[in-house]
Design a protein around this ligand. Structure first.
Ligand code: KG4
Ligand code: ZN
Length: 346
Protein backbone atom coordinates (compact mmCIF):
# COMPACT_ATOMS: atom_id res chain seq x y z
CA UNK A 1 0.00 0.00 0.00
CA UNK A 2 1.03 3.58 -0.52
CA UNK A 3 -0.56 6.98 -0.80
CA UNK A 4 -0.52 9.45 -3.63
CA UNK A 5 0.03 13.19 -3.11
CA UNK A 6 -0.83 15.82 -5.70
CA UNK A 7 1.11 19.05 -5.04
CA UNK A 8 0.61 22.61 -6.31
CA UNK A 9 3.11 25.47 -6.30
CA UNK A 10 1.88 28.97 -7.19
CA UNK A 11 3.62 31.37 -4.80
CA UNK A 12 5.28 33.55 -7.42
CA UNK A 13 5.91 33.26 -11.15
CA UNK A 14 5.95 29.51 -11.70
CA UNK A 15 2.96 27.17 -11.76
CA UNK A 16 4.14 23.74 -10.68
CA UNK A 17 2.15 20.54 -10.25
CA UNK A 18 3.52 17.13 -9.23
CA UNK A 19 2.61 13.66 -8.05
CA UNK A 20 4.58 11.92 -5.30
CA UNK A 21 4.03 8.35 -4.13
CA UNK A 22 4.54 7.79 -0.38
CA UNK A 23 5.32 4.21 0.62
CA UNK A 24 3.63 3.03 3.82
CA UNK A 25 6.81 1.33 5.05
CA UNK A 26 8.53 4.67 5.79
CA UNK A 27 10.66 4.49 2.63
CA UNK A 28 11.69 7.58 0.67
CA UNK A 29 8.76 9.13 -1.25
CA UNK A 30 9.14 8.91 -5.03
CA UNK A 31 8.39 11.56 -7.63
CA UNK A 32 6.06 10.08 -10.26
CA UNK A 33 5.67 13.11 -12.50
CA UNK A 34 5.86 16.87 -12.45
CA UNK A 35 4.98 19.70 -14.79
CA UNK A 36 5.93 23.35 -14.73
CA UNK A 37 4.94 26.52 -16.48
CA UNK A 38 7.27 29.49 -16.05
CA UNK A 39 5.85 32.99 -16.47
CA UNK A 40 9.27 34.52 -17.11
CA UNK A 41 8.45 35.46 -20.71
CA UNK A 42 5.22 37.13 -19.64
CA UNK A 43 6.81 39.28 -16.92
CA UNK A 44 9.97 40.13 -18.88
CA UNK A 45 8.32 43.10 -20.62
CA UNK A 46 7.75 44.68 -17.18
CA UNK A 47 11.24 43.98 -15.78
CA UNK A 48 9.83 41.96 -12.87
CA UNK A 49 6.86 39.98 -11.58
CA UNK A 50 3.47 41.71 -11.94
CA UNK A 51 1.39 40.07 -9.17
CA UNK A 52 -2.03 40.45 -10.84
CA UNK A 53 -0.77 38.91 -14.10
CA UNK A 54 0.89 36.12 -12.12
CA UNK A 55 -2.40 35.18 -10.39
CA UNK A 56 -4.36 35.17 -13.64
CA UNK A 57 -1.79 32.99 -15.36
CA UNK A 58 -1.76 30.47 -12.49
CA UNK A 59 -5.53 30.11 -13.02
CA UNK A 60 -4.99 29.33 -16.70
CA UNK A 61 -2.22 26.78 -16.10
CA UNK A 62 -3.26 24.85 -13.00
CA UNK A 63 -5.74 22.38 -14.49
CA UNK A 64 -3.95 21.60 -17.80
CA UNK A 65 -0.74 20.93 -15.80
CA UNK A 66 -2.72 18.70 -13.42
CA UNK A 67 -4.05 16.73 -16.37
CA UNK A 68 -0.52 16.36 -17.70
CA UNK A 69 0.98 14.98 -14.47
CA UNK A 70 -1.89 12.51 -14.10
CA UNK A 71 -1.47 11.31 -17.69
CA UNK A 72 2.34 11.11 -17.39
CA UNK A 73 2.06 9.05 -14.20
CA UNK A 74 -0.73 6.88 -15.60
CA UNK A 75 -3.07 7.54 -12.68
CA UNK A 76 -6.48 9.17 -12.41
CA UNK A 77 -7.60 12.03 -10.23
CA UNK A 78 -9.61 9.69 -8.02
CA UNK A 79 -6.39 7.82 -7.13
CA UNK A 80 -5.10 10.95 -5.33
CA UNK A 81 -5.13 10.60 -1.52
CA UNK A 82 -3.97 14.07 -0.42
CA UNK A 83 -3.86 17.42 -2.23
CA UNK A 84 -0.97 19.67 -1.11
CA UNK A 85 -0.43 23.32 -1.99
CA UNK A 86 1.94 26.16 -1.15
CA UNK A 87 0.29 28.06 1.68
CA UNK A 88 3.00 30.74 1.90
CA UNK A 89 5.12 32.78 1.89
CA UNK A 90 4.57 34.47 -1.46
CA UNK A 91 2.26 36.75 -3.41
CA UNK A 92 -1.19 36.65 -1.78
CA UNK A 93 -3.20 36.48 -5.02
CA UNK A 94 -0.93 33.86 -6.55
CA UNK A 95 -1.07 31.73 -3.39
CA UNK A 96 -4.87 32.00 -3.34
CA UNK A 97 -5.07 30.47 -6.82
CA UNK A 98 -3.11 27.38 -5.72
CA UNK A 99 -5.07 27.14 -2.47
CA UNK A 100 -8.35 27.57 -4.35
CA UNK A 101 -7.58 24.94 -6.96
CA UNK A 102 -6.20 22.48 -4.39
CA UNK A 103 -9.09 22.91 -1.97
CA UNK A 104 -11.75 22.71 -4.70
CA UNK A 105 -10.24 19.57 -6.21
CA UNK A 106 -9.87 17.97 -2.78
CA UNK A 107 -13.44 18.89 -1.80
CA UNK A 108 -14.82 17.44 -5.02
CA UNK A 109 -12.86 14.21 -4.38
CA UNK A 110 -13.70 14.18 -0.68
CA UNK A 111 -9.97 14.02 0.09
CA UNK A 112 -7.91 16.03 2.63
CA UNK A 113 -5.60 18.97 1.90
CA UNK A 114 -2.27 20.04 3.34
CA UNK A 115 -0.83 23.58 3.12
CA UNK A 116 2.96 23.56 2.74
CA UNK A 117 5.60 26.18 3.56
CA UNK A 118 7.34 27.17 0.31
CA UNK A 119 10.79 27.36 1.93
CA UNK A 120 10.36 23.96 3.55
CA UNK A 121 9.72 22.74 0.00
CA UNK A 122 13.05 24.19 -1.14
CA UNK A 123 14.80 22.89 1.95
CA UNK A 124 13.61 19.31 1.45
CA UNK A 125 13.97 19.32 -2.37
CA UNK A 126 17.44 17.65 -2.25
CA UNK A 127 15.63 14.56 -0.93
CA UNK A 128 14.32 14.20 -4.50
CA UNK A 129 17.86 13.91 -5.86
CA UNK A 130 19.85 10.78 -6.63
CA UNK A 131 22.10 11.63 -3.66
CA UNK A 132 19.68 12.53 -0.86
CA UNK A 133 21.05 13.94 2.41
CA UNK A 134 20.58 12.56 5.91
CA UNK A 135 19.62 14.62 8.95
CA UNK A 136 21.11 16.61 10.62
CA UNK A 137 22.64 19.22 8.34
CA UNK A 138 23.33 22.89 7.84
CA UNK A 139 21.14 24.41 5.13
CA UNK A 140 21.92 27.41 2.98
CA UNK A 141 18.60 28.60 1.64
CA UNK A 142 19.16 31.09 -1.16
CA UNK A 143 16.11 32.17 -3.14
CA UNK A 144 14.76 35.35 -4.68
CA UNK A 145 13.19 36.44 -1.41
CA UNK A 146 15.20 34.68 1.30
CA UNK A 147 18.80 34.08 2.36
CA UNK A 148 19.12 32.00 5.49
CA UNK A 149 21.54 29.64 7.15
CA UNK A 150 19.78 27.01 9.16
CA UNK A 151 20.44 24.11 11.43
CA UNK A 152 18.14 21.27 10.36
CA UNK A 153 17.76 18.34 12.75
CA UNK A 154 14.76 16.72 11.09
CA UNK A 155 11.50 17.50 9.33
CA UNK A 156 10.05 20.57 11.08
CA UNK A 157 13.15 21.05 13.25
CA UNK A 158 14.58 24.25 11.86
CA UNK A 159 16.75 26.75 13.71
CA UNK A 160 17.77 29.91 11.91
CA UNK A 161 21.47 30.58 12.47
CA UNK A 162 21.67 33.72 10.36
CA UNK A 163 19.79 35.54 7.64
CA UNK A 164 19.90 38.61 5.48
CA UNK A 165 19.16 41.92 7.12
CA UNK A 166 18.14 43.49 3.80
CA UNK A 167 18.20 42.06 0.25
CA UNK A 168 18.26 38.32 -0.43
CA UNK A 169 21.07 36.79 -2.51
CA UNK A 170 18.70 36.25 -5.47
CA UNK A 171 17.56 39.84 -5.14
CA UNK A 172 21.21 40.99 -5.19
CA UNK A 173 21.67 39.09 -8.47
CA UNK A 174 18.38 40.38 -9.92
CA UNK A 175 18.80 44.03 -8.87
CA UNK A 176 22.45 44.21 -9.96
CA UNK A 177 21.49 42.70 -13.31
CA UNK A 178 18.72 45.27 -13.74
CA UNK A 179 21.17 48.10 -13.02
CA UNK A 180 23.36 46.74 -15.80
CA UNK A 181 20.41 46.69 -18.18
CA UNK A 182 20.09 42.89 -18.23
CA UNK A 183 16.65 41.31 -18.66
CA UNK A 184 14.57 39.73 -15.86
CA UNK A 185 15.22 37.39 -14.12
CA UNK A 186 18.72 38.73 -13.65
CA UNK A 187 20.32 35.86 -11.72
CA UNK A 188 20.79 33.31 -14.49
CA UNK A 189 21.44 36.01 -17.14
CA UNK A 190 24.09 37.74 -15.02
CA UNK A 191 25.81 34.48 -14.19
CA UNK A 192 25.90 33.44 -17.85
CA UNK A 193 27.42 36.80 -18.81
CA UNK A 194 29.91 36.49 -15.95
CA UNK A 195 31.42 33.39 -17.56
CA UNK A 196 33.14 35.65 -20.08
CA UNK A 197 34.29 38.25 -17.54
CA UNK A 198 37.11 38.87 -15.08
CA UNK A 199 35.89 38.46 -11.47
CA UNK A 200 38.77 40.63 -10.23
CA UNK A 201 38.13 43.51 -12.63
CA UNK A 202 36.21 45.60 -10.10
CA UNK A 203 36.66 45.81 -6.36
CA UNK A 204 33.22 45.34 -4.87
CA UNK A 205 32.35 45.08 -1.15
CA UNK A 206 31.81 41.74 0.63
CA UNK A 207 29.20 42.96 3.15
CA UNK A 208 29.32 41.50 6.70
CA UNK A 209 32.05 39.05 5.65
CA UNK A 210 33.89 39.59 8.93
CA UNK A 211 30.92 40.44 11.12
CA UNK A 212 31.50 37.40 13.31
CA UNK A 213 27.88 36.31 13.00
CA UNK A 214 26.02 34.42 10.28
CA UNK A 215 23.92 37.30 8.97
CA UNK A 216 24.06 38.64 5.43
CA UNK A 217 23.56 42.07 3.85
CA UNK A 218 23.49 42.66 0.10
CA UNK A 219 21.95 46.14 -0.22
CA UNK A 220 25.37 47.87 -0.09
CA UNK A 221 26.71 45.64 -2.83
CA UNK A 222 23.88 46.68 -5.13
CA UNK A 223 24.70 50.37 -4.45
CA UNK A 224 28.37 49.70 -5.23
CA UNK A 225 27.39 48.05 -8.53
CA UNK A 226 25.25 51.09 -9.38
CA UNK A 227 28.11 53.48 -8.57
CA UNK A 228 30.49 51.42 -10.70
CA UNK A 229 28.02 51.26 -13.59
CA UNK A 230 27.57 55.06 -13.48
CA UNK A 231 31.33 55.60 -13.35
CA UNK A 232 31.76 53.45 -16.45
CA UNK A 233 29.16 55.46 -18.38
CA UNK A 234 29.55 54.73 -22.10
CA UNK A 235 32.15 52.09 -21.30
CA UNK A 236 29.59 49.96 -19.40
CA UNK A 237 28.55 48.00 -22.47
CA UNK A 238 32.11 46.88 -23.18
CA UNK A 239 32.84 46.06 -19.52
CA UNK A 240 29.51 44.42 -18.63
CA UNK A 241 30.87 40.88 -18.45
CA UNK A 242 33.63 42.05 -16.07
CA UNK A 243 31.13 43.85 -13.85
CA UNK A 244 28.84 40.79 -13.89
CA UNK A 245 31.76 38.49 -12.96
CA UNK A 246 32.88 40.82 -10.16
CA UNK A 247 29.34 41.05 -8.76
CA UNK A 248 28.85 37.30 -8.85
CA UNK A 249 32.25 36.73 -7.20
CA UNK A 250 31.30 39.08 -4.33
CA UNK A 251 27.92 37.40 -3.70
CA UNK A 252 29.34 33.88 -3.94
CA UNK A 253 32.33 34.60 -1.69
CA UNK A 254 30.04 35.84 1.09
CA UNK A 255 27.68 32.86 0.72
CA UNK A 256 30.53 30.32 0.79
CA UNK A 257 32.44 31.86 3.71
CA UNK A 258 29.33 32.26 5.86
CA UNK A 259 28.28 28.68 5.12
CA UNK A 260 31.71 27.44 6.21
CA UNK A 261 31.39 29.53 9.39
CA UNK A 262 27.99 27.91 10.07
CA UNK A 263 29.55 24.46 9.63
CA UNK A 264 32.36 25.40 12.05
CA UNK A 265 29.89 26.79 14.57
CA UNK A 266 27.63 23.74 14.56
CA UNK A 267 30.38 21.15 14.04
CA UNK A 268 28.26 19.56 11.32
CA UNK A 269 29.75 17.64 8.42
CA UNK A 270 26.90 17.99 5.96
CA UNK A 271 25.42 20.94 4.10
CA UNK A 272 22.37 21.28 1.88
CA UNK A 273 21.98 24.14 -0.58
CA UNK A 274 18.47 24.98 -1.75
CA UNK A 275 16.57 27.72 -3.57
CA UNK A 276 16.99 29.34 -6.97
CA UNK A 277 20.52 30.68 -6.38
CA UNK A 278 21.56 27.09 -5.66
CA UNK A 279 21.58 26.69 -9.45
CA UNK A 280 24.52 29.10 -9.68
CA UNK A 281 27.51 27.32 -11.13
CA UNK A 282 30.22 29.37 -9.37
CA UNK A 283 28.51 28.86 -5.99
CA UNK A 284 28.47 25.10 -6.58
CA UNK A 285 32.12 25.03 -7.70
CA UNK A 286 33.44 27.10 -4.81
CA UNK A 287 31.36 25.40 -2.14
CA UNK A 288 32.27 21.94 -3.46
CA UNK A 289 35.95 22.84 -3.45
CA UNK A 290 35.94 24.33 0.06
CA UNK A 291 33.88 21.43 1.48
CA UNK A 292 36.02 18.75 -0.17
CA UNK A 293 39.05 20.17 1.67
CA UNK A 294 37.15 19.91 4.96
CA UNK A 295 35.61 16.49 4.24
CA UNK A 296 32.11 17.94 4.32
CA UNK A 297 29.32 16.46 2.17
CA UNK A 298 27.36 18.93 0.04
CA UNK A 299 23.91 18.16 -1.36
CA UNK A 300 21.92 20.09 -3.93
CA UNK A 301 18.53 19.62 -5.52
CA UNK A 302 18.62 18.42 -9.14
CA UNK A 303 19.37 21.53 -11.24
CA UNK A 304 15.85 21.71 -12.67
CA UNK A 305 14.36 21.52 -9.17
CA UNK A 306 16.42 24.43 -7.72
CA UNK A 307 13.92 27.07 -8.74
CA UNK A 308 10.22 26.89 -7.86
CA UNK A 309 8.37 23.69 -8.76
CA UNK A 310 5.50 21.47 -7.64
CA UNK A 311 7.69 18.45 -6.89
CA UNK A 312 9.22 20.09 -3.82
CA UNK A 313 5.77 20.94 -2.46
CA UNK A 314 4.42 17.40 -2.92
CA UNK A 315 7.68 16.07 -1.38
CA UNK A 316 7.54 18.38 1.65
CA UNK A 317 3.91 17.33 2.22
CA UNK A 318 4.94 13.66 1.94
CA UNK A 319 7.80 14.07 4.41
CA UNK A 320 5.67 16.01 6.92
CA UNK A 321 2.98 13.34 6.80
CA UNK A 322 5.54 10.54 7.11
CA UNK A 323 7.23 12.27 10.05
CA UNK A 324 3.85 12.57 11.77
CA UNK A 325 4.32 16.35 11.93
CA UNK A 326 0.94 17.04 10.50
CA UNK A 327 -2.37 15.51 9.41
CA UNK A 328 -3.97 16.43 6.12
CA UNK A 329 -7.45 17.80 6.89
CA UNK A 330 -10.82 18.49 5.30
CA UNK A 331 -11.06 22.11 6.40
CA UNK A 332 -10.88 23.62 2.94
CA UNK A 333 -9.93 26.96 4.45
CA UNK A 334 -8.11 28.75 1.58
CA UNK A 335 -6.10 30.47 4.35
CA UNK A 336 -2.83 31.44 2.72
CA UNK A 337 0.06 33.05 4.61
CA UNK A 338 1.89 35.57 2.40
CA UNK A 339 4.29 36.19 5.31
CA UNK A 340 5.28 33.09 7.23
CA UNK A 341 8.65 32.71 9.03
CA UNK A 342 10.08 29.21 8.53
CA UNK A 343 11.22 28.83 12.12
CA UNK A 344 7.63 29.08 13.36
CA UNK A 345 6.91 25.70 11.76
CA UNK A 346 6.61 22.73 14.07
O1 KG4 B 1 13.73 29.83 -5.32
P1 KG4 B 1 13.34 30.67 -6.48
O2 KG4 B 1 12.93 30.03 -7.76
O3 KG4 B 1 12.17 31.64 -6.10
C1 KG4 B 1 11.94 32.15 -4.84
O4 KG4 B 1 11.38 31.40 -3.99
O5 KG4 B 1 12.34 33.30 -4.64
O6 KG4 B 1 14.57 31.65 -6.71
C2 KG4 B 1 14.59 32.59 -7.73
C3 KG4 B 1 15.89 33.36 -7.63
C4 KG4 B 1 15.91 34.59 -8.53
O7 KG4 B 1 16.40 35.68 -7.78
C5 KG4 B 1 16.89 34.16 -9.62
O8 KG4 B 1 17.56 35.25 -10.21
C6 KG4 B 1 17.84 33.27 -8.86
O9 KG4 B 1 16.99 32.54 -8.00
N1 KG4 B 1 18.60 32.36 -9.74
C7 KG4 B 1 19.94 32.44 -9.90
C8 KG4 B 1 20.29 31.44 -10.84
N2 KG4 B 1 19.14 30.78 -11.21
C9 KG4 B 1 18.12 31.36 -10.51
N3 KG4 B 1 20.85 33.25 -9.36
C10 KG4 B 1 22.14 33.08 -9.72
N4 KG4 B 1 22.54 32.16 -10.61
C11 KG4 B 1 21.67 31.31 -11.19
N5 KG4 B 1 22.09 30.40 -12.06
ZN1 ZN C 1 11.16 29.60 -4.21
Amino acid sequence: MSSLILGFESSCDETGVALVRVPDDGGVPALLSHALHSQIEMHRAYGGVVPELASRDHIRRALPLTQKVLTDAGVSLTDVDVVAFTRGPGLAGALLVGAGVACSLAASLDKPVLGVHHLEGHLLSPFLSADPPEFPFVALLVSGGHTQLMRVDGVGEYEILGETIDDAAGEAFDKSAKLMGLPYPGGPVLSKLAEGGDPKAFKLPRPLLHSGDLDFSFAGLKTAVLTQAKKLGDELEARKADLAASTQAAIVEVLVKKTLAALDQTGMKRVVVAGGVGANRLLREQLNEACALRKIRVHYPELHLCTDNGAMIAMAAAMRLQAGREQANVEYAFDVKPRWPLDTLV
